[in-house]
Design a protein around this ligand. Structure first.
Ligand code: FES
Length: 165
């Protein structure tokens, strides 16, 4: 079964499509929040269907097991540069490239448990359910959340990022 995930980087092809559809203006206003339900409602007329944001890489690109997630970095373009990030919904996991190193955090917000409404900008994750903000180390930067996000250990070897969950 393929692992579905959302990514925070846009391909040139997709940028062209969004520009053509007029959605780029909305994206500029809301960052990458088109992944989230709340802002998706705002921009619904020009937004592509949410499923179009879902990438389905080759089966080997991301593997989720009970205790680990392995990511073939050369197959996940979104993580190839600093600032790129993905949400692996099958594992409730956020993975981000911060200056060439990788952080992996739970995507289950410690406020009220939203797991898939995330934005990322300037090394800050925002849970758009109620606007809590977290650092890439999981620390709360802004409430209402008070507890940090769990951070998972990562190891990188031969182009494979392994997250112990
Ligand atoms: S559930 Fe994330 S801020 Fe409320």
């Amino acid at each position: 079964m393929k692992t579905r995930f959302k990514s925070g980087n846009l391909t040139e092809e997709r940028r062209a499509f969004l520009k053509q559809s007029g959605a780029m203006a909305a994206m500029s206003a809301f960052g990458l929040s088109f992944f989230t339900a709340c802002t998706k409602d705002v921009a619904e007329p020009d937004m592509p269907d949410e499923d179009e944001n879902m990438e389905e890489p080759d089966v080997e690109a991301i593997t989720v097991t009970d205790n680990a997630v392995t990511i073939q970095l050369d197959l996940v373009e979104a993580l190839g540069s600093s600032g790129g990030w993905i949400l692996i919904q099958d594992a409730n996991l956020l993975v981000v490239n911060v200056g060439g190193t990788y952080s992996a955090l739970t995507s289950v917000c410690t406020h009220q448990g939203c797991a898939s409404s995330w934005e990322y900008d300037n090394e800050v994750f925002t849970c758009t359910c109620h606007d809590s903000k977290f650092s890439t180390a999981g620390e709360v930067l802004q409430g209402p959340a008070v507890q940090p996000l769990t951070v998972f250990n990562t190891t990188l070897a031969n182009g494979v990022l392994t997250v112990s969950i």
